[in-house]
Design a protein around this ligand. Structure first.
Ligand code: NAP
Length: 300
């Protein structure tokens, strides 16, 4: 190690859908991007003594040397996690949690009594969106891809209506769960079903475009949409894409609130933990195929 270097050992590596978008058109070999929770195991930087737990963006690596902490976006993890698994720093109390927090409360401006609809509902972001909406007194409708996920969302997370989008027709489910329309639509998925939801929004409804996972593996994507303009106009809808990094200045506001809700037992967190560094690619592919409930992480 040189002066200022730290040697880290990863504890948990995050796999996330955005990795698919950012690397889809890259030509291998390349180093896979991403964030991990790691421990400093050797150090020539007095600010990061051995044993310090860090969050870093250094891609899929078991261990490595970091010198430029800014480039690797290194942050010190809280020293007292109050019994919480450090993996949650990559999920509910990390980037996906903040995506849910700011997306629902700022972009959708969800308010008490409103109808909130979230797809990808059993995932890292979606499961937190629905729970924050419940905390705020909203009626919550969720969509997920397996019966087990549907059961979890209904029974443990207390969503009001949950449907398996693979075995039901979106139009029928909306007739049942939101006959009066949807106030806030948190869209993680995009595609046909999302367009149907947009057609069922209430007047002055708000739509947060968080993700479009239904298209991430589509080759030669054709940009198309049904004629949405008359709907947006007539119902005065607000539709807005967002990337959570825009809330960098308020980052700790979200994290502190999420941690608080976890401590108060208001947020139920579940991770899908895959064991072993060599399984990172497998975990990533499984994530894109719905193999996770809650946040997908790899334990190194
Ligand atoms: N804007 C931002 O800053 C930001 C930040 C984080 C994440 N995101 C986006 O938010 C979304 C959720 O991310 P996440 O990290 O929470 O992932 P996640 O929901 O934990 O995992 C992905 C889930 O997507 C579902 N899925 C896969 N293909 C699908 C399809 N064709 N139609 C419907 N659902 C499908 C699968 O669940 P099922 O079994 O239910 O199909 C899978 O478990 C992604 O679109 C991601 O890109 C955006």
């Amino acid at each position: 190690l040189k002066k200022g270097d730290i040697l880290y050992q990863s504890e948990f590596i995050s796999v996330d859908p955005y990795m698919r978008i950012y690397t889809k058109d890259m030509t291998p070999p390349y180093k896979m991007i991403g964030q991990q929770v790691a421990k400093v195991v050797e150090s020539k930087d007095p600010d990061f003594p051995v044993g310090t737990r860090i969050l870093a963006h250094v891609g899929w690596a078991e261990k490595g040397i970091i010198n430029d902490k800014k480039k690797a976006r290194v942050q010190k993890a809280p020293t007292d996690l109050g019994g919480m698994s450090p993996s949650h720093l990559l999920g509910a109390c990390g980037m996906p949690g903040n995506t849910a927090y700011f997306g629902l409360l700022d972009i959708c401006s969800a308010k008490k009594g409103e109808v909130v609809l979230v797809n990808g509902a059993a995932g890292a972001v979606g499961s937190i969106v629905g729970q924050i909406a419940k905390i705020k007194g909203c009626k919550v409708i969720g969509y997920a891809g397996t019966e087990d996920k549907v059961k979890w969302l209904k029974e443990e997370l207390k969503f009001d209506y949950v449907f398996n989008y693979k075995t039901t027709k979106i139009e029928d489910t909306l007739d049942e769960a939101a006959p009066g329309g949807v106030d806030c639509f948190f869209d993680n998925v995009g595609g046909h079903d999302a367009n149907v939801v947009i057609s069922r929004m209430k007047h002055r409804g708000r739509i947060a475009i968080c993700g479009a996972i239904s298209s991430y593996n589509v080759k030669d994507l054709v940009w198309s949409a049904p004629a949405l303009q008359p709907l947006l106009l007539g119902k005065e809808l607000r539709i807005e894409g967002f990337i959570v990094s825009r809330f960098q200045d308020r980052w700790m506001e979200g994290i502190n609130q999420l941690v608080e809700w976890v401590k108060e037992g208001k947020l139920v967190i579940r991770d899908t933990v895959v064991d072993g560094f060599e399984k990172v690619p497998e975990a990533f592919m499984s994530l894109l195929q719905g193999g996770n409930t809650g946040k997908m992480v790899v334990k190194v």
